[in-house]
Write a new protein. Sequence first.
Length: 307
Amino acid sequence: MNAIECRDIELYYKKGFFRKSHVLKGLSFTVEKGQIYGFLGPNGAGKTTTIKLINDFIKKSSGIIKVFDIDARDISARALIGYMPENPMFYTYLNAYEFLSFVSRLKGIDKKGIDNTVYGLIELAGLGSYSDMPIGNYSKGMAQRLGMAQALVGDPDLLILDEPMANLDPIGRRLFRDIFLKLRSQGKTLFFSTHIIPDVEMICDKVGILINGRIVKEGSLNELLTGHIEYAEMIVKGNNINGLVDKYRSLITHISVNNNTGVLKIDRHADVNAILKDIIALNLKLVSLEQHTESLEDIFVREVRNE
């Protein structure tokens, strides 16, 4: 089952009396139940707009959005979602316990269960030492942690998080990654927008790159990186390395030879199998062969520049 299904989403905003801004352009993607999905894109790509549509905060121009096979406009769909905005806002005179208790009551949690819910979430978010401090005195990172705790009230099946790690220090980012992985192990689905690419590489099952209102790349990290080879690196040993270099000089981008051991960087378009046959023919020994692929950041930057 898909936790989120967006199909052919179009969104126009009015600009003045006669002009329209085309924000989302046939946007389509799916998030399977139990996945962590990283929603990547530059500023202005439409990430927050998409999140608002899934939450039914704004209305699409056309297309279909479903949450667990339920129309996203149905209140029963929204009951399955825990949401954290990019900049969470709070009643600053309350402390964390008071605020989360208030949210728990809004979620319909009975009075007997509120304490267990609230104290558990405070500890999970690493706010145990600050639960009595007025929220107005929180740092941006502490407010971000409280926003995560608020999104988890009611034990939702789907977490939708807009730039959840934006204001966190390395310890906070590590905490959030651990929370995400723990939630996935419990069968929860997480969909979060970000432009912090290392976090995506570490925890996401699937990635979608959004540029100018449409998905330009989507898949698992292995699927995205496969085929994006930058170069192959060979280490060979023997007395006739120069013979190999002379034959393939136009395809070798870097050469380092020391004591009959050569490190060769081979152009990604080279026929590696042909080179291996010549290594054998020249009585050379292949010590190692490694293909170096582009990083997710390389792919992201290239896609942005190509648009």
